[in-house]
Structure formats: structure tokens, C-alpha cells
Design a protein around this ligand. Sequence first.
Ligand SMILES: Cc1cc2nc3c(=O)[nH]c(=O)nc-3n(C[C@H](O)[C@H](O)[C@H](O)COP(=O)(O)OP(=O)(O)OC[C@H]3O[C@@H](n4cnc5c(N)ncnc54)[C@H](O)[C@@H]3O)c2cc1C
Length: 443
Amino acid sequence: MSKMISHSWGNNKRVFAEHRTHSQIANVVETVVNSEPSSVIPRGAGRSYGDQALVTDGLMISLTQQDHLENLEMPISGLINVKGGMSIGQLLDATIPLGWILPVIPGSQHITIGGALAADAHGKNHWHQSSIASCCEELNVMISDGSIIRCSRETENQLFWATIGGLGLTGLITSATLRLQRIAGTSVKVQTKCYENLSTLLKGFDDATASEEYAVAWLDLLTSSQLGRGIVKSASVYQHGQDWEKSKRFNQIHLPKPRNVNVVTPRICRTHNNLKYLFSSKAKDISVASIRNYLFPLDRIRNWNSLYGKSGLIQWQFILPDKETSLLEEIIMGFNKTSALPSLAVLKRCGEASESYLSFCSPGWTLAIDLPANQDSYRYISKYNPLIANATGRIYLAKDSCVDSGLLGKMYPRLAHWKAIQKEFDPKGIWQSDLSRRLKLCS
Ligand SMILES: Cc1cc2nc3c(=O)[nH]c(=O)nc-3n(C[C@H](O)[C@H](O)[C@H](O)COP(=O)(O)OP(=O)(O)OC[C@H]3O[C@@H](n4cnc5c(N)ncnc54)[C@H](O)[C@@H]3O)c2cc1C
């Protein structure tokens, strides 16, 4: 098969590489064992913003979902065995009508189970459910010699914790056993509250986490007078009117392709933010929505990433512990004095960290900011990344496009241990991505 141009979800990285999709494990084994060193990376739905699933001049390998669900034991134990290439949306299609849900759901239903596990993804409820590792009981991982290793907290636990959050660099997750939880309805009651500045918003967010299952805040980083103003949307499952068919309807808009032009300009972003804040402050405080509409707001616009034109966007997501709220404020305030354009900013609350060696979330606040991929943005990020590291915060590697590799040891104290496990399970150094080359993750 020939090489072609592939790009990241942020469109900020483009590579010339081969992409092979297999439905049979035997074919994947053959491909992997016959690969050159430093040349192969698993790829899921390609929704990572940066170079996590790209490898220049190499091979990106995907597993299609085959038969979706094996050993469906949900009614008794909530345990389900799923293929790594299955999407979150496909899983929910199968389980929600039976009254079960994945406890941790990232913000797009197109993401695959393998991709979510490789990022140790979090949802809008990290403070009470932690990351997706918390609901993963077992993995089957194809390592670079083609063998498939079953690993869990009890068996081959080093591989288990290195693979969750390991960005595909220990091997291909062929399947996973996940623990689901019961869900009493398919709608959520959403509470919307607007706050005029960051400190009242943080307090309001914390109040919401005391009683609600999910919470997320949108921040306006483009207003100089009310910096950090925003909207907290918290939600809990609504137990009445359990009409799955109704909640399954998920209307999507397909934007006309803006012909490689960046339409995300300061004026458009400011107008959007002002209208969004105004409408939300006038809207009803309480509403009922389908759980998908609440969990996946960005999926409603299919190709929103193309709005940023040819050079694309970067998503910069960092986490800071509670005692560093002043740095969070400083970063937000700093946008007043730069040409970097924070077009979208989303804040979440994080709780207990997972045991995976490269997991991102730990107690504190995480802010994800979309910025056009340009020098202003890179300069702004490079200015604050060292301060984030000094404050015992970190950058989310599953979304990163530009962190300095010299900061990683500080941000991820178990990095050296992860590297040793990675090397043990990939002695010939088959797995490699542009991210791992950039950050020198695999020797
Ligand atoms: C709109 C949007 C919303 C998002 N919301 C959230 C969120 O709320 N929380 C959050 O944590 N993240 C979020 N993300 C980030 C997302 O969870 C990660 O980027 C995820 O890794 C993407 O999965 P994917 O299936 O698209 O994989 P890809 O982008 O194809 O790959 C991502 C990484 O996973 C590895 N990988 C993929 N499949 C496998 C496999 N089978 N075995 C081993 N490794 C594999 C790849 O090698 C690569 O390193 C969001 C992304 C988008 C675009």
C-alpha cells in the first residue's frame, strides 16, 4: 500500500505515511512483526489534536471493530469486552438501551476505546469517577513481537499501567474489558449558571460538583473587563421519560468547507463569546437534554476543526493543583497582553489520579484552550509551560503539539519508569510516533 498525506485532528501536523486498517488480528500480527524499527503507531479515530497518531514515513495501523461485543455480561456484572477499534458512540448505542453506561466518557463519541485508553481519557466527572483507567478491568495488548498479552491490575500490571495513558507506544490494544454502571435514564437535567469572573465561577463550579454527576465550564478569555467570566453547565441523569429513541437523535451540522481560510478571527470570536454569554444569562436555569447532547457538544458540528483553515489549531490543555489558582488567573489575564487568540476555553474539575504512569489528571483544575496554530500561540504556550511544570502541573500529552521535552520529567515524575517498561516490551523499538520522536519517549 502506498504512502499518503495524513493529518491530525487539529490539522496542525501533516505527515506522509502509510495507513493500514485490518479487521483480522492475524493480519495485524503479520504487519507488526515485519515492520522496521521506529516505524509503527496504532491509530484509532484520528481525533488527537497533535502528532500522537502520526508517524512520518512510517505506518499507522488501525483495527476495525469486527464483532462489536463479546461475552456480554452486563445484566449481572456490568462487565463488557470490547474491541480497541470500537467507538465510544457505538458502545453507548449498544449499552444505554440496556440501562448501562461507561462511567467515564470523553467529549467526543467518535473517539475509539483504544484511543481513549491510550490517553487515559477523562470526562466531565473526573472529581468523582477519575479517568477511564478506573473502569478498565483488563486489556489485551499486541506487543511488537506480535504476541497478545492479557494484562490487568493483578497480571502483567506493569504493562497494564504503561499502556493506559501510554499513547500507543507499548503496543496495540486489541480489546478491553470495561466495567459499566447502571443508568436510570437517558436524559440529563442541566443547570446553567453564568458567572462574571473567575473566582465566583470556581466557587460556583465547586458547589455544583457537590451534588451533580457532571460539570463543565466554558470560559470567555477575550473580555478584558470581566476576565474569566463564564458559564457552568452541570448535569445529573434525569430519571423520568426514559425514551432512548428520542435521546438517540443527535442532529449534526456540516459546515461548508471554508477553503483553507481561517475564519476564527478575534472579531468573530469576541462576537460569539458575547452572544453566548448573553443568551445563556437570559435562558432558563434548568433544562432537560439528551445525555449525548450534553456530553458531546462539539460533535454537533461535524467538521468544526476546518474553521481554522490551512494551518489548523492547537489545543493546549494543562492541569494545576488547587493551591496554584493564582497561576491559572495569570494565564487567563495574560491573554489581554498577547496576540494569541484563545478561541475556545473549557474548564473541568479533577479528582483522584489514576495509577497509570503517564496519566494526566490529578486533583485540581484543568483548562483546555483552542488556539489557531501560529507563532503567537506557540510563544504564549512556551512562556507558561515552564511555570506550569514548576507549579507541579502538567500538559496533557494526548493533545499536545509543542511542549518542550526537557519539562516532561518534572511534569510526569514516573516517566523514567514508564520508559523502562516501554523498552522491556518493545526491545527492538518498533513503536514510534511523531510525538514520541519529538519528546524522545522511546529510545
Ligand atoms: C472534540 C474532542 C473532544 C475531546 N474530549 C476529550 C475529553 O473530554 N477528555 C479527554 O481525555 N480527551 C478528550 N479528547 C482527546 C481524545 O480523548 C484523545 O485524543 C484520544 O486519544 C483520541 O482517540 P482516537 O480514537 O481518535 O485515537 P487517535 O487520535 O487515532 O490516537 C490517539 C492515541 O491513541 C493511540 N491509540 C489509538 N488506538 C489505539 C489502540 N487500539 N491501541 C493502542 N493505542 C491506540 C495512538 O497511537 C495515539 O497515540 C477530545 C478530542 C476531541 C477531538
